[in-house]
Design a protein around this ligand. Structure first.
Ligand SMILES: NC(=O)c1ccc[n+]([C@@H]2O[C@H](COP(=O)([O-])OP(=O)(O)OC[C@H]3O[C@@H](n4cnc5c(N)ncnc54)[C@H](OP(=O)(O)O)[C@@H]3O)[C@@H](O)[C@H]2O)c1
Length: 334
């Protein structure tokens, strides 16, 4: 097949490209050449998806069986690409987020959950807001209808992760000593390796399956204990995990999700964080590798020069990733 990846040079899009090439597909990528290098063997078209003239250059004489959109963050931009690609591509697969659901992370969600209010014709260049993904979904559906798929992505991790959540934990645990571990080791979490996400997205395209899929690991697939133990094993560290209850961390003003990356306390605001129901995706073939494999591969990537930006300031809390060493020690000292 001929596949166009809008993006394709950083993390998830990159994983799509690797897998699509391995399946023997022909891949075109479209990006500005800012975030990373394109992989060998792709047709790399340079351009900015916010610029109509660049998009015209992309579609010039080309057709694709499927489009994978990993870079769409603004409804206006998705509307523009979908309008242009209608009639030039058979299937348009958009990577959305569980953020698009009104109830996430406070309550469980599935494919029938209400998405946030954000119209398809939202003007361009909006400041970051979780609702924008819902507007992107609407913009796509208006243009591609039943020939589209929307993948509501859960928490992605794995090699090339740019945000730095798993990388922060690996690097902190590799430094060893007593490590502040959040909440309850038995508390479930749901993480999806970007490579597993991409494989599932491509399987849908290969099989011609469309529609909405909550795409993340099955509920209860892993626990915080499994996750941090995997980091200890991957790094070969002598770190001692000091599990510290939610109340103590909240009293010390530790910011959930960011300051101790991925910590979702057992409070009303976070009850749904790890309860996005991906049963439909699992029934359609989603497979998730063990957390130990992702931790091992991500550590190998970091050791071989990979780096994540650990000061991510957008997103759910706006707080940089990772707790300061002094604050961690203060809490550990009680
Ligand atoms: N990380 C998570 O846990 C999580 C959770 C839920 C959903 N998601 C979603 O998953 C997706 C992750 O994708 P990714 O960032 O890893 O994909 P990616 O395709 O590997 O990287 C993003 C690509 O978009 C390109 N890009 C950015 N702005 C562009 C522009 N104006 N014009 C053309 N290309 C542009 C970048 O290249 P240049 O900068 O060189 O142009 C880069 O190739 C995102 O849609 C994200 O919202 C992630």
């Amino acid at each position: 097949m001929k596949i166009l990846v809008l993006g394709g040079s950083k993390f998830l899009g990159r994983a799509y490209v690797v897998d699509a090439l391995a399946r023997g597909h022909q891949v075109t990528t479209f990006n500005r050449g800012v975030s990373g290098a394109d992989l060998d063997h792709v047709e790399a078209v340079r351009g900015d998806r916010t610029r109509p003239e660049d998009l015209e250059r992309l579609v010039d004489g080309r057709r694709w069986d499927a489009v994978v959109d990993t870079s769409g963050q603004q409804p206006y931009d998705v509307a523009q690409t979908a309008r242009l690609l209608r009639g030039r591509a058979g299937h348009y697969s958009f990577v959305s987020s569980v953020h698009a659901f009104a109830d996430w992370p406070a309550r469980p969600v599935d494919e029938s959950s209400r998405t946030l209010d954000c119209p398809a014709d939202t003007p361009q260049d909006q400041p970051f807001a979780t609702a924008l993904k819902a507007g992107c979904e609407r913009a796509l559906l208006e243009q591609f209808g039943e020939h589209s798929s929307v993948l509501n992505c859960g928490l992605l991790y794995g090699p090339h992760e740019p945000i730095g959540r798993l990388p922060w934990w690996l690097e902190r645990i590799a430094r060893g000593g007593r490590v502040l571990a959040p909440g309850d080791p038995a508390r479930p979490m749901q993480l999806i390796d970007a490579r597993d996400f991409a494989a599932f997205g491509l399987d849908l395209i290969d099989q011609g399956l469309t529609g909405r899929f909550v795409t993340t690991a099955p509920i209860g697939r892993t626990t915080y204990g499994d996750f941090l133990d995997a980091c200890v094993r991957a790094t070969g560290s002598d770190a001692e995990l000091v599990w510290t209850d939610d109340a103590t961390l909240l009293a010390a003003q530790v910011e959930p999700w960011s300051e101790l990356p991925l910590w979702a306390p057992d409070t009303p605001d976070w009850q749904g964080a790890w309860r996005a129901d991906s049963a439909k995706a699992v029934a359609a073939g989603l497979r998730c590798r063990p957390v130990a494999e992702t931790a091992r591969d991500t550590w190998a990537w970091l050791r071989n020069g990979g780096s994540a930006k650990v000061t991510y300031t957008q997103g759910l809390t706006g707080v940089p990733i990772g707790i300061e060493a002094e604050k961690e020690q203060r809490i550990l000292a009680g």
